[in-house]
Ligand binder design. Structure first.
Ligand SMILES: *Cc1c(COP(=O)(O)O)cnc(C)c1O
Length: 379
């Protein structure tokens, strides 16, 4: 293979990351606390608005786990979770010994279906147990149906854990994603819109809840000169080095959002004359997506039999990475024994959908290589 690999989504440094890391080394703040951690938390609080508090953690998964703990999820509790998502949305339910109840997506945002959600709540209550919380996800940076899901949650008085791991920079009616849930979650993994090489954050409505999250994240140390513990703790805090990368990345976050949205527009343009291929886009102007990943669905009955797999393999032969959409959790071997509510929306999306290279650092030449594959397949 002669041409270099085009990745789905790769890290994209802005330039000032090393400055913050250098400062940390010079001050010997090579530890899981320090000025970069506070600095990143302040940057995120300012960016998100809505007077939230932010705690920087070692991963988005850690943030989901602590979110469940802060919302009181315990052994045997039931947690309603969007089925179509990355497994990290659901794994912490099992860490807590709780029971996931998976919910289908709706077709417009590919996220939590408010109708299936309410059906599930009614049925779980009838079966004897009211669900403890709802985990809702903004897949690929497209906000879920914020208002509709909130109405259902409030009607039954069930808090929402908002998995905004893919949606930093997205918003709904002008309010930033990450601030809609009773608790919000961000991720700075290597493939996300900004990265700390690995990291995440928890977003809370009050400073005291953030402090509680940080307490759990630093081994639940009681206030004493010796090591004293009244609660089980975790080692989930972000390091000052990783936070330094994050501060540099915050300076370029809005640029990255703009560039990812440009990639989305590139695909809208590329596929506009190709019958049977739909580029995943927001339903209306209330929604603003960072388009972390651009995704398409292919209806092979309208494309002379060209399906998701044929296109994926054509890209693979050209050394271009693409990936099917998230395989729904209720179809995963590890989760298939748990209850599921809904129809086959998520399942059908999984069969027909493909994520395309979406990085903010893709070049014009790389875009041309992508376009060439599409032109060859859909002659
Ligand atoms: C990336 C991701 C996570 C997990 O974040 P990590 O920082 O990788 O632990 C959780 N949920 C979703 C939807 C994600 O895409």
């Amino acid at each position: 293979m002669t041409s270099s690999k085009i990745w789905l989504s790769s890290p994209h440094m802005g330039g000032n990351e090393q400055k913050f890391i250098k400062e940390a080394f010079e001050a010997n703040w090579v530890a899981p606390l320090g000025p970069n951690v506070n600095g990143l938390e302040n940057d995120l609080e300012k960016y998100l608005g809505s007077q939230v508090s932010v705690g920087a953690l070692s991963s988005g998964t850690a943030a989901i786990h602590l979110g469940l703990i802060l919302l009181g999820v315990k052994t045997g509790d039931e947690v309603l979770c969007q089925s179509m998502t990355f497994s990290a949305s659901a794994n912490p339910i099992l860490y807590q010994g709780a029971i996931p109840v998976f919910i289908d997506s709706e077709k417009e945002t590919w996220n939590l279906c408010p109708i299936a959600l309410e059906e599930a709540i009614i049925d779980r209550i009838a079966k004897g147990k009211k669900p403890k919380i709802i985990i809702a996800v903004h897949l690929y940076g497209v906000p879920y149906k914020i208002d509709e899901v909130r109405v259902v949650a409030d009607k039954y008085n069930i808090p929402i854990l908002e998995d905004s791991a893919e949606a930093l920079g997205s918003s709904y009616k002008g309010q930033r994603c990450g601030t809609f849930g009773d608790i919000g979650v961000l991720s700075f993994n290597g493939n996300k819109i900004i990265t700390t090489s690995g990291g995440g954050a928890i977003v809370t409505k009050t400073k005291s809840l953030k402090d509680k999250a940080v307490f759990y994240a630093t081994q639940s140390r009681d206030n004493a000169p010796h090591y004293q513990h009244s609660e089980i703790g975790y080692n989930y805090r972000m390091s000052n080095i990783c936070a330094g990368i994050g501060r540099g990345q915050m300076e370029v976050l809005d640029d990255h959002v703009g560039l990812r949205r440009k990639m989305h527009n590139f695909y809208v343009d590329l596929f506009k004359t190709i019958h049977g291929v739909t580029v995943f886009s927001v339903p209306n102007n209330d929604y603003f997506a960072n388009y972390w990943l651009s995704a398409i669905t292919i209806d092979s009955q309208l494309t002379n039999g060209i399906d998701r797999e044929i296109l994926r393999l054509a890209f693979e032969n050209a050394n271009i990475e693409t990936r099917p959409l998230w395989k729904p959790m209720h179809l995963q071997p590890v989760f298939e024994k748990y209850p599921y509510y809904g129809n086959n929306v998520a399942e059908t999306l999984f069969e027909k959908g493909l994520c395309l290279p979406s990085g903010s650092n893709l070049t014009a030449n790389e875009r041309e290589r992508i376009a060439e594959v599409v032109r060859t397949i859909f002659v």
